[in-house]
Write a protein that binds this ligand. Sequence first.
Ligand SMILES: [Zn+2]
Length: 210
Amino acid sequence: MSMEYPEPCALCAPSGGTHRLIEKDGVEVSDRCTCARGQMLRRADERRQNPPDPGQFRPTLSTKAATQAARALSQMIPDAPRGVEGVTMLADELMCLCRNVSQAQWLVKRMTRLYSKWPGIREMRIVFCSRFMAADGVDLMEVSAHYPQGIPSDRPSRLVEAPARLALGSVSNDGALNAEVLTAARAKRLASPKRVVNVHAYTEKKEVNG
Ligand SMILES: [Zn+2]
């Protein structure tokens, strides 16, 4: 299972990747998207309905690594929790969120770049869950009070997710999703088969350069 949320697609990107607008009985309502990211969010919603037993959770980030990252946050972000108690509290939360050191380092970097003042532990979870699934299974997909349009992505924007092994003319390895998207694309005349092929060529080139 992938532990990372895919980038938003064109449909859910305007919401910061949390949902997309659909028409239901003539009214516009928001719902989870049908893209890979939306499907993962839907599964996270289901997990939230049936939360994991906190007693079952075993952190995989070491206390030492968590404390190091917690100290960095404490020192670099004004108003962040300080002292032994503050650092311990931050380290505990980091162990609930991060599976490994690289995730902890990513989170510290993102937090120091996104906030000039400590935004609270809840906001830190929102930032983490903008990219990764929380280690403890509690994924917060709320709208950030600081970034109502969604937490800015640190990844280059890519409107079409095209894994390397996709068949030509496909937009997803998920057969049902593929059919749905292609039908929608045809109906909206967004993509002819020729354009889909071009999108793949573009994506491959980007990956080689990046
Ligand atoms: Zn989407």
